[in-house]
Design a protein around this ligand. Sequence first.
Ligand code: ZN
Length: 137
Amino acid sequence: MPVVSQNRSVHRPKPFIKTARLCVTQYLFATAAITLLVYTLAFPSPATAIIALVCMVLFFAFWLLSNISSRSATCPLCRGKCLASSKASKHKKAYRLKPLSYAQTTALSIVFTNKWRCMHCGSVYDLKKKPGQRPQY
Ligand SMILES: [Zn+2]
């Protein structure tokens, strides 16, 4: 008998997967740009400066794309934007990996575990679970 998780399912998982991948790519470009800027300051070279500049441009491009894409990734239960940082009050069960924000933690959780907890309502979702599946005991 297959084990079905007790987490909620998502009817349309593609916006979450797409936005989470854009966010994680954005973080990777930010890390590369910062690393290359520090390296360029320590060891001045035009080649590393150009690569750092390209990484910064790509970071801003992915930041823009992920911000636009995050509008379609809303929680099925509370309609809160799970992958966009906001000043809204968080649920008491919401968690984050410091120093990351709740939205960044959600993006990493989606990419690496296919599960996430909504920061607004506290519900846990599983992207692999099909709608209508119920846990069997
Ligand atoms: Zn929610």
